[in-house]
Design a protein around this ligand. Structure first.
Ligand code: ACM
Length: 531
């Protein structure tokens, strides 16, 4: 099956090559992109039949369209109009031609909450799904099947806008496919976060984990403890002015993420990584004295005061206010690198805090150190160990998984997007080693952690820590081209995993990123087309 698909792609690539050689100035001769050329690799592909060509008369049909399906159709039209120059009217009239978005209907139940089917022929391209998220993911697939020039916003592009014939039936391997952005070490504005959300959505990522607090900054307004944001958020690494999200800002991020079918997972890191909070309120410190704000990059020096009652009043208020703003089920409580908290205190603390998360209707996620305490029923551990992590620590996480703790896998020497690619990378850190594009792709979430049952794995997440990053260009340089690989590990069946074909598919994304103005790293591991 795999071999046939590869062979088919190679034939198409060869055909495209011949066409280009015969008529270099006529892109019209190029074959459309193969259905299995996208990222993440679809679960099943059956190529064949005529391709579809977008034209001046193409309509986008949303038969009987619900508001949500119509909104997705509007999003698709907005994506296609600038470069094609076509009107692409959206209509709720049924019909057998054009771009058809079909929600519900026969055969869509088996596609699950996020799956879709895309059928392309000379007459129409139809995306069917049981749920709106599936329709949206199908639209991202359609987008990647069109030339990268589609993304240009500098007026009409030459085309043609062809979509190869055949059928894709696709649904994700894992329900949790996340990316984390550290907005604490450096603050990123709502618009910067939205830009990243749009980039994540292209690869069917469905969780945006926001690391909202750390030693260097508290980034969300809490009405009952206002100085957390106004004072604790007033600086960042290197001493810049920092910043924080008002509640309306945060609601806007949540809304925008939801419009791209991502759920926000807010993190308040505790009991360590809390200097910004400790600096804001003296009473949170065991000695009653507020430390200064911190703008360096050390870790492990701060701790909430575990024996004090006020600590839990504080936590109750913070979790209540954030839970009320957050429609998603998860709330992340950190729990990593609590080097200034005794083990006994750490266990006591986590025993007290996890029920507060449950009280406000949320499921707790903790970094995997939580498995050294007593993970609550239903809690999730995010594994960020790496090759040098000791066997006992791995075993502790595997044991917790055997006892029902779900796992999100973020191995630091694979999935941490802030690790340098190699020794020459100007940004990022390298405490977990250098992480090349191939290294970040070459692992299997299902078998990665020895002793953890396969069904304990909820999915994967690519964290991006921002000690060295302060602009969108920085974010993009570290995330691209590694992020799509982590997205693929979360979405695609294990039997599609293949570095030689993946690097070709990755290379094909280059022109799209160029058109979008994404500042990606042109890794020599990837055979990018010439610019
Ligand atoms: C972490 O990287 N400290 C979770």
């Amino acid at each position: 099956m795999r071999r046939r698909r590869l062979l088919f792609s190679l034939l198409l690539v060869a055909a495209a090559g011949l066409g280009t050689a015969a008529a270099p100035s006529q892109p019209a001769a190029a074959a459309p992109a193969p259905l299995d050329g996208i990222i993440p690799a679809p679960a099943s592909v059956r190529p064949g039949g005529d391709s579809y060509t977008l034209g001046a008369g193409t309509r986008i049909r949303v038969p009987g369209g619900s508001d949500e399906a119509r909104r997705i159709a509007g999003y698709l039209a907005g994506m296609l109009r600038p470069a094609t120059g076509y009107g692409l009217p959206v209509t709720t009239e049924d019909g057998r031609d054009g771009l058809v978005l079909r929600l519900g209907g026969t055969g869509t139940k088996s596609l699950g909450a996020e799956g879709y089917r895309l059928t392309s022929s000379g007459r129409a391209v139809t995306i069917s799904a049981g749920r709106p998220a599936g329709l949206f993911h199908g639209v991202q697939t359609l987008r990647q099947l069109l030339p990268g020039a589609l993304e240009k916003r500098a007026g009409q592009q030459p085309g043609p806008w062809r979509i190869a014939g055949g059928t894709i039936a696709d649904s994700p391997r894992y329900p949790y496919r996340g990316a984390m952005l550290d907005v604490s070490r450096h603050f990123f504005t709502v618009d910067q976060v939205k830009r990243y959300i749009d980039q994540l959505a292209m690869y069917k990522i469905n969780k945006l984990h926001l690391h909202l607090s750390d030693d260097q900054g508290w980034r969300i307004a809490i009405a009952s403890w206002p100085k957390l944001a106004t004072y604790g958020g007033s600086t960042q690494v290197g001493g810049g002015k920092g910043g924080y999200y008002t509640k309306d800002d945060y609601r806007e991020i949540v809304r925008y993420a939801a419009s791209r079918y991502l759920t926000v997972v807010p993190e308040i890191d505790m009991p360590g990584h809390t200097n910004a909070a400790l600096a804001s309120y003296a009473e949170l410190n065991c000695n009653g004295q507020a430390p200064p704000l911190y703008t360096g990059t050390n870790v492990g020096f701060s701790s909430l005061c575990v024996p004090k009652k006020v600590t839990y009043d504080f936590i109750d208020d913070v979790i209540r206010e954030i839970a009320a703003l957050t429609p998603g089920r998860y709330l992340h409580i950190g729990g990593d690198e609590a080097h200034s908290t005794s083990h006994e205190d750490y266990v006591t603390f986590m025993d007290k805090v996890q029920p507060v998360v449950a009280k406000y209707g949320k499921t707790a996620i903790g970094w995997h150190q939580l498995t050294g305490a007593h993970p609550a029923k239903g809690a999730v551990a995010q594994y960020w160990g790496y090759d040098a992590t000791g066997a006992a620590e791995r075993q502790q996480v595997a044991d917790a998984a055997q006892n029902g703790t779900g796992l999100i896998l973020s191995p630091a020497d694979r999935a941490y997007l802030d690790m340098k690619y190699d020794k020459n990378t100007p940004l990022g850190l390298h405490w977990a080693g250098y992480v090349s594009v191939q290294r970040s792709y070459e692992w299997d979430p299902g078998t990665y952690l020895n002793g953890a049952p396969e069904d304990s794995v909820l999915g994967v997440e690519a964290p991006l820590w921002s000690e060295t990053l302060s602009t969108s260009a920085h974010i993009e340089y570290m995330a691209f081209p590694r992020l799509p690989g982590i997205a693929e590990l979360g979405w695609s069946p294990a039997n599609t995993h293949d570095w030689p074909s993946y690097r070709e598919r990755l290379a094909a994304q280059g022109p799209r990123w160029d058109a979008l103005g994404i500042n990606y790293y042109r890794s020599p591991e990837v055979p990018w087309p010439a610019k």
